[in-house]
Design a protein around this ligand. Sequence first.
Ligand code: DON
Length: 570
Amino acid sequence: MTRNLIGKTCFSLFVWFLPLSLFCQNGINPYHYSIQKKVLCSKGAVVSAHALASKTGVAILKQGGNAIDAAIATQLALAVVYPGAGNIGGGGFLVAHLSAGTNIALDFREKAPALATRDMYLDKAGNPLLSLSQNGPLASGVPGTVAGLFASLKYARLPFSKLIQPAIDLAEKGFTLTEAEADAFNKNREAFLKYNSIPPAFVKDSGWKAGDTLVQKDLAKTLKLIRDQGQKGFYEGETARLITEEMQRGKGIISQDDLKNYKARERTPALFDYKKYTILTMPLPSSGGVVLQQMMKMAEDQPLKSFGFQSVKAVHLMTEIERLAYADRAKYLGDADYFKVPVKTLVSYPYLNQRMSLYNPEKAGNSKDIQGGTISPVSEETTHIDVYDKDGNAVSVTTTLNGSFGCKVVVAGAGFLLNNEMDDFSVKPGVPNMYGAVGAEANAIAPGKRMLSSMTPTIVLNKNRPYLVVGTPGGTTITTSVFQTLMNILEFDMNADDAVNKPKFHHQWLPDQLFVEAAFPAAVSEQLKKMGYTLKQREQIGRTEVIRILPGGQIEAVGDSRGEDTAEGY
Ligand code: DON
């Protein structure tokens, strides 16, 4: 049984006169759909940033696909209907818990091309050239998403052709845009024209409006190549040629060899205990696993629950914990295949206890005094998908182009956007990237290296069965949003809806500011200022998706109200 708790119909169809069967794929009408924030169901659920993608995922579950099948189909659908972040030209991470007990962590993060150099975004005087790490073909890392889809296929049940077909249909026949989507295309029009030799499908001279249909013929062609030729349909042959031609036109450096050599990697999942729960999340090259583990372990013995949700004491404690963890992120974290990262020490209790000795319950810390810890030598675009199926398999995937619409370059003739993930490297020690994150040697650019990420796809297990599936976009706010969402449920006893939608706050060590959402309680803000914090309002922190499996087996799935995210289930 499915019960819609909140349903918001957003726009209607203007092509009713066309035979509906032509468009209704799997019972989904891409010209008339609604956004649903919350669902309570009993068999399976999918939450993602777009209604059509969530519906696609649930259709695959209903056809006998498992959670991995649904995650693949949802990702591919997002690459079409949510081009600002859903992608085949970006990368990401997937964690999964299979009902047989296996835990998976799949890394399909982009990597630096072979011609990348440490100082490639510095001018002769050593000044950073952030426009180059953020826009145009040079900003793009070698895409990982398609390799990730194929690496996850071994855990899937249905043939790939079935999983990709809904995306092909959505690209070929089009779908109706919401107002927010139309606005996003209009806002980025100049950038699309500036960075593309051939105007992409996202440019419409008369401007987009809600209810318009977006058709992406070139993207459909690329997706068909991937359907028919597998991974090679992207990394070799025509698509690879079109990518390298785009590089030549825009002075990018991704080569055919870079593409051919790209490999998704199965990593040992980050797995740690928090009270009676086991947390399964992403290890390096995402900082998420280390930072989340540090924060949760520093919080574990603190009386957060008795302080109360968003009490001054609780926010102060959690902010200082965030500051300490992010200072370590800047100093120590990077791709562990290239830089020796002391992960074991960073997440050990003696080290974290020593870090917590810097916490003063009475006053705000100071990021000048609080640096990354000392370790002895021994040692605004991304998108998230949650899936849970009837057999108890859970999948949490975060994928990204980095900035909204990535580097703004659509590969001409191939119809997909390239990422601007190179900006996630530290272009120069201490120089903030587009999320204000600073880094050092650990995250310096090197050929073939993966740039440090904050993406934190997470599954909480209770007695080795999924209890929560959680994740979010939001750059550096990702890990703090996941941290707070988990604390909201595990410590403050909230349901998934409140855990996602209550206002969030964020501290990332540098800048030394406490970011709060507009709805953050004003009285608490005032008291925090008196304790020495500099507060800054931020439009939104995270767009978190949560699936919670209730004790009787019912599934509560929630999409963040900060966006058009949709929860579907059956
Ligand atoms: O990997 C990372 O941490 C970033 N590239 C994520 C970017 C992001 O979340 C943007 N979304 N709003």
